[in-house]
Design a protein around this ligand. Structure first.
Ligand code: ADP
Ligand code: MG
Length: 216
């Protein structure tokens, strides 16, 4: 489903990914881990580019429209499934059919009370959950998520990762919380200085591998 073969990615002068080869099959739950700057975000974007139209992406900075309500931001996840006229109608007056599908997703995230709230007035954690709701609402079985629970209370983060992994078939995320990666992913990819240093099923990831990954 996703395959990179000796791919390197650089920004101006800096090489962010060096000779990366990776293959991800439909239905896999993969976590990218590694120190800050190791290339997690770059690898997520590079994979996402391969199936952009069929994937949802939760950006680390949420990429929401602050002037619009939670409803409208979530609805954006399906803009490309409808004609422009219907999208405009829905912008003016949320259509019952859409509200009925969006509310249960917000309920699962503890966000239903904010349905009509402007996103710019919400906290970081609430905005992050709005971005997750939009990705879940999107008609796609593939989700990419870049540190999707970084602004969410630790005691809620697990429930949200569980929701993501239940609602989407193929899940590729970056996480800085290694314990969450080990709990919710089936496969762990360890990145360091733009290299994949290990790519293993979660049962094979040892404490010593992890401590070596985070040594600078
Ligand atoms: P991570 O998500 O693991 O923190 P990134 O993929 O964001 O890593 O970054 C990998 C490397 O690429 C880092 O050295 C980072 O400084 C560099 N980098 C990332 N984005 C940019 C950018 N827009 N311009 C220049 N360098 C960048
Ligand atoms: Mg990153």
């Amino acid at each position: 489903m996703f395959e990179l073969d000796n791919v390197s990615v650089s920004y101006k002068d800096a090489l962010a990914l060096k000779d990366i080869s990776i293959r991800i099959e439909e239905g896999e739950k993969v976590a990218l881990i590694g120190p800050s700057g190791s290339g997690k975000t770059t690898l997520l974007y590079t994979l996402y580019e391969l199936e952009k139209n069929y994937s949802a992406f939760v950006h680390q900075n949420y990429a929401l429209v602050p002037q619009l309500s939670v409803f409208h931001n979530v609805y954006i996840g399906r803009l490309d499934n409808h004609k422009t006229a219907y999208n405009l109608l829905n912008l003016l007056k949320p259509q019952q059919k859409e509200v009925e599908q969006i509310v249960p997703i917000l309920e699962a995230l503890g966000m239903e009370v904010f349905l009509n709230k402007r996103v710019g007035t919400l906290s970081g954690g609430q905005q992050q959950r709005t971005a997750i709701a939009r990705a879940i609402f999107r008609k796609s079985n593939i989700i990419f998520a870049d540190e999707p629970v970084s602004s969410i209370d630790p005691h809620q983060a697990g429930a949200i990762l569980e929701l993501i992994t239940q609602r989407k078939k193929t899940v590729i995320l970056s996480l800085h919380a290694v314990d969450l990666a080990l709990e919710f992913a089936e496969r762990i990819v360890g990145l360091h200085f733009g290299h994949i240093v290990f790519d293993l099923p979660v049962s094979k990831v040892s404490d010593s591998l992890l401590s070596r990954l985070y040594q600078s």
